[in-house]
Design a protein around this ligand. Structure first.
Ligand SMILES: *Cc1c(COP(=O)(O)O)cnc(C)c1O
Length: 466
């Protein structure tokens, strides 16, 4: 059962009711149209059925959903998105989305300013995957046939995107914190075929941040391109409570060649909102196609000329614009406070896991993702217990996620039986919590209570069997 009194936010419905007439006022010169003949009760019945079907989801909106990277949109984003659908603009071209294209340009400018970029060319995309595809496509245009390099913890789509673009791809090892290993990276670069290094600021599994300042220094020496995949982590640029090393990597984003950030991850947006930024606006030349309206000065863009996708939701741009108006992207502001509280929640959960005899939390969170294993005599036993804990927590309404970590991320003495005796799998199944709702901090006791109780249940069950 959900906590008493838990229900959906309804304020945004009232906001839409008051804003819709304002929108309509812009079109009073038009002759009235007949109201559409819609069978009200039939539509209502369908919507009721829809609501019933939607109940078959995990409760992503609730703080006890502490699993995958899912975050509810801000009410202002929901309202602005819905309002825009009455117009349904298409940001492919100014013809399709005049106001919403301007709002996109302003919202994207806001993101470039967040990374302290003086120049940029950028736009919204359907998500991080497509944004990364565009960044690697440009990388391939500039370094044809050269290898794309990313860490083993980089998002799985980079390998696939490279294959779509027919560019060679290679991955390099990470350190036990999940960050790209600089020694391995440098020796791989010395082979001479690397055109672009993908640096992840906030890996999807662990929230690990690759050491960007050191990678920039390698770029100075070897001359490759740097693409920063900050789809999940990018907004932490604004957070004021990061460790010094992590903060240095975010500050260094100012010097990369391209960056991807997903407003639909940490930016409080409904799905369908990624963003790619290029620091050199002249890469717009690669997008050239035979549309008659081409101009590539950075202040006079026709968005359809600098995107690979054709139709794009104007509503996404409107929602992002409204959210940035309500919650400006400034360090120390309300929005950055939300990110800071997510990190505090992650540190607090980590502290409790670390202090508990039941669990092994090998990595202190850099952002707001916590990963932990359950103690066991072998990695196999630990993995089986992780699966059981995942279910036992769900029975208590706490929804976690599972992730495989390489055994090398754990200290050598983690398992009672040493890996020498039982070769065992290379990976250990772990629990993972992305604490990306600002309410998570206030819910840490409730979350911890359920993790402990589920852990006890799993250990008791194992003891009864053996
Ligand atoms: C989520 C994520 C992606 C993929 O983005 P989508 O919006 O899911 O397409 C790429 N890279 C990283 C680091 C991510 O966290």
């Amino acid at each position: 059962m959900l906590a008493d009194g838990m229900k959906f936010e309804e304020l945004s419905i009232a906001w839409i009711r008051s804003a819709l007439p304002t929108l309509a006022e812009g079109f009073t010169s038009l002759p009235p149209t007949d109201s559409p003949s819609i069978d009200d009760s039939a539509m209502l019945a369908v919507l009721q059925e829809t609501a019933t079907r939607l109940r078959e989801n995990y409760p992503y909106f609730h703080p006890l959903y502490a699993g995958q990277m899912l975050k509810p949109p801000h009410p202002i984003a929901r309202a602005a998105y819905a309002l825009a659908t009455w117009i349904n603009p298409n940001n492919h071209a100014l013809d399709g989305g005049r106001a919403s294209s301007e709002m996109e340009i302003e919202a994207v400018q806001g993101l470039a300013t967040m990374f302290t970029w003086a120049t940029h060319l950028g736009h919204l995309t359907s998500g991080g995957t497509f944004a990364n595809l565009e960044a690697l496509w440009i990388a391939g245009q500039l370094h044809p046939g050269k290898t794309i390099l990313a860490s083993e913890q980089a998002h799985y789509t980079h390998r696939r995107i490279s294959s779509v673009l027919q560019l060679p791809f290679d991955s390099v090892a990470t350190d036990p914190q999940g960050r790209l290993d600089l020694t391995v990276l440098e020796s791989r670069i010395q082979k001479g075929d690397v055109g672009t290094v993908v640096v992840t600021l906030g890996t999807t599994a662990l929230g690990a941040v690759d050491p960007l300042p050191e990678i920039l220094a390698l770029r100075d020496r070897y001359g490759f391109r740097i693409h920063a995949d900050a789809a999940y982590g990018g907004y932490f640029t604004l957070a004021t409570n990061l460790d010094a090393e992590t903060a240095d990597s975010f500050a260094a984003l100012t010097a990369v060649d391209s960056v991807v950030v997903d407003p639909h991850k940490h930016g409080l947006q409904p799905y369908g909102c990624g963003c790619v930024l290029f620091r050199d606006p002249s890469v717009g030349r690669f997008y050239k196609h035979d549309s008659p309206y081409t101009y590539f000065t950075s202040d006079q863009l026709h968005l359809g000329e600098i995107t690979l996708e054709c139709s794009r939701a104007g509503a996404s741009a409107v929602a992002l614009w409204a959210t940035q108006r309500a919650l400006p992207l400034i360090r120390g502001g309300e929005f950055s406070g939300m990110l800071q509280s997510c990190r505090l929640a992650a540190l607090e959960l980590y502290r409790r896991l670390h202090a508990s005899a039941m669990f092994i939390a090998p990595i202190q969170p850099e952002l707001d993702i916590v990963v932990w294993a359950i103690r066991g005599s072998t990695p196999e036993e630990s993995s089986a217990k992780a699966r059981a804990l995942f279910d036992a927590a769900a029975r208590r309404n706490l929804h976690l996620a599972l992730v495989h970590l390489p055994q090398s991320f754990f200290p050598a003495n983690t398992w009672l039986t040493s890996a020498k005796v039982a070769p065992g799998p290379a990976q250990v199944l772990c629990l993972r919590s992305v604490l990306m709702k600002s309410e998570h901090l206030a819910w840490i006791d409730a979350i911890w209570e359920r993790i402990e109780a589920a852990g006890q249940e799993v250990l008791t069950a194992v003891n009864t069997i053996t």
